[in-house]
Every structure is written in structure tokens, then in C-alpha cells.
Design a protein around this ligand. Structure first.
Ligand code: CIZ
Length: 301
């Protein structure tokens, strides 16, 4: 059954001139059929440079929106329209505008895990990998950082700027199971614990390194350790196992995103057949959101 679905997807993908992009938090069978697997920004950049007419984005809504922002002439499909992001839902335009009124000299740096209309009201976007660089290069000593409070706290400890942090959080990472991480560390004392900055500060204190998913991939490549405990969404464990078959990866902290797992092979097939659901944005919002994403790229290259 699974093989039949996969071969139908692959032949329809060619027929429709589509490319399949999958986030590293996607389930193994989705990562396996994807043309590219990566973090939201890498995938959006791939979306911007692809020759294909149709982009099937296997991830959550803000990621597919970012792909559309960078690649407005392509058809961007999100196979499950309800695959949202509770972190992105922590912020809405009127509340951000009120905070900006409170701190009129501050520039807003917005984690890409946010809705397009909020991006449109921001100075620049950032990812977990480049948040500090974007903040340091923003032309103000006062910053509003939104919506993830843990990432905001993480970067504010490394910056001398005044940073007003939005009180939002990723529902999966913010409740990382620290006793589970400790348990894995006792079980595998030679393993390095890598945790995502969306986890709480108590997890960073246990960890060998605090990194976004791209940073984790790079770190493993440069480390001499043989084993790693991975403190981010468990899909990343499969991604790392695929990239580094000679190393061992153990999930730590029971971090699981239900929204990421809403994409299935059947939904990808249906989406390719009907060429929907299509991601669409008001062009005025899309253009202003593009300016915030482009500013990040100008700063970080
Ligand atoms: O931006 C992304 O892709 C996410 C959700 C996490 C990360 O650290 O890459």
C-alpha cells in the first residue's frame, strides 16, 4: 500500500512539474520521498530558486507562507491546511502594534515562525540560527523580539541591546521533558546533548550545545562524539540518522509536534491530484512581509 502511494506520488510529481519540500520535523516516510529536506529557511530558499511550477510544502502553514512570499509566481501547496503552528498563533498584528507603540524606538525582529501579516509589520525576520546576527545588525539599540520567549531570552543573554521579549512559546519545545533528558544522559554518558533554543533555559544548562536544526547538523559533522541526544522535535532524529549513518542519535525530552505529523502520503497524493490547498496571501501583505524576510537575507547573506 505504502509503495503504491509512493510510486503514484512520484509519477504525479513529474507529470505536474512539482518539487516536494519537507521540513526536518516531518515523519520518516515523508522525508524519504522529498526532493529536499531542511529547515524552514533553507526550504524557502529552495522554493525561490526551483524551476518547478508547483511546490508541495510538507511542513506547517507559516513555512508554506514563507515559500510563497519568496516565490509568489509558483503554486505552493500545503497538503494539510490545518497544519498550523501554535507558536506562530501566539502573536497577532494588533497586539504587536500596541507593543510597538509602547517602545517607539525599538525595531521588531521576528522569528520566521510567525504569520505573514505579522511579518509585514516587522523590521526583519530571523531564524534560530541567525537571530543574534540580525539583532546585532539592526540599526537600533532597542529591539522587540517575537514571538518565542525562549529564543528571545537565549539571544538577549548574548547581546548588549535592550530586548523586549514577546511572551510566546512553542507548545512542543517549551514543555520539554527535562527528567527524560537527564535519564538519557545517565544512560548514555558519552553522548552529547544538543537542545533547541525554543526549549526552556533549564534545558540549555544541561546541554553540550544549544542549536537550531541547521546548527545541529553542522555540529554533528564537526564533533568527534559518536552518540547524540537530540532535544528537539523527534523528526530530527531520523534526519540526523539519514545524514550520519555511522553515528547514534537518541531522542531526548519527548518533543513531538502534532501539526508536523498531520501531513501524510495520502494527503500529498490528493494535493498533487487536485493542486490544492494553495497558499495565497493578500499581495500587499506578501510584499511587506517579503521586505522583512529580504532584510534578514541582506544582513546574513
Ligand atoms: O525554522 C525552522 O525550520 C524550525 C522550526 C526550527 C529550526 O531550528 O530550524
Amino acid at each position: 500500500m505504502k509503495n503504491k502511494l509512493v510510486s503514484e506520488i512520484l509519477s504525479l510529481k513529474n507529470e505536474k512539474d512539482a518539487v516536494i519540500l519537507a521540513h526536518s520535523y516531518q515523519p520518516p516516510e515523508i522525508q524519504d520521498i522529498a526532493d529536499h529536506v531542511g529547515d524552514s529557511l533553507q526550504l524557502s530558499r529552495t522554493a525561490a530558486s526551483t524551476e518547478s511550477e508547483v511546490i508541495v510544502f510538507c511542513g506547517v502553514k507559516f513555512m508554506a507562507e514563507t515559500a510563497h512570499i519568496l516565490s509568489p509566481d509558483k503554486t505552493v501547496l500545503l497538503p494539510e491546511p490545518d497544519a498550523g503552528c501554535p507558536l506562530a498563533d501566539c502573536i497577532e498584528v494588533p497586539a504587536l502594534l500596541s507593543m510597538q507603540e509602547l517602545y517607539p524606538d525599538a525595531l521588531t525582529v521576528l522569528y520566521v515562525n510567525s504569520p505573514a501579516d505579522v511579518k509585514a509589520e516587522s523590521y526583519a525576520c530571523c531564524t534560530s540560527a541567525n537571530a543574534l546576527e540580525v539583532i546585532e545588525n539592526a540599526p537600533s539599540d532597542e529591539i522587540i523580539f517575537a514571538p518565542d520567549r525562549n529564543l528571545g531570552t537565549f539571544v538577549s543573554r548574548k547581546s548588549d541591546k535592550t530586548i523586549h521579549i514577546w511572551n510566546g512559546a512553542c507548545r512542543s519545545h517549551a514543555v520539554a521533558d527535562l527528567p527524560d533528558m537527564k535519564c538519557r544522559m545517565e544512560e548514555w554518558p558519552d553522548a552529547e546533548l544538543l537542545v533547541h533554543p525554543e526549549t526552556p533555559p533549564e534545558a540549555w544548562e544541561l546541554a553540550h550545545a544549544v542549536l537550531g536544526t541547521g546548527g545541529m547538523i553542522k555540529h554533528v559533522g564537526e564533533s568527534s562524539a559518536k552518540r547524540f541526544i537530540i532535544g528537539t522535535e523527534e523528526g530530527m532524529v531520523y534526519r540526523l540518522r539519514t545524514l550520519y549513518p555511522g553515528r547514534e542519535f537518541i531522542a531526548g525530552g519527548n518533543i513531538y509536534c502534532y501539526n508536523m505529523k498531520m501531513i501524510t502520503l495520502q494527503k500529498i497524493l490528493d494535493s498533487l491530484r487536485k493542486l490544492e490547498p494553495v497558499i495565497e496571501l493578500d499581495p500587499r501583505i506578501r510584499e511587506r512581509a517579503y521586505a522583512a524576510v529580504a532584510r534578514m537575507t541582506e544582513i546574513t547573506g
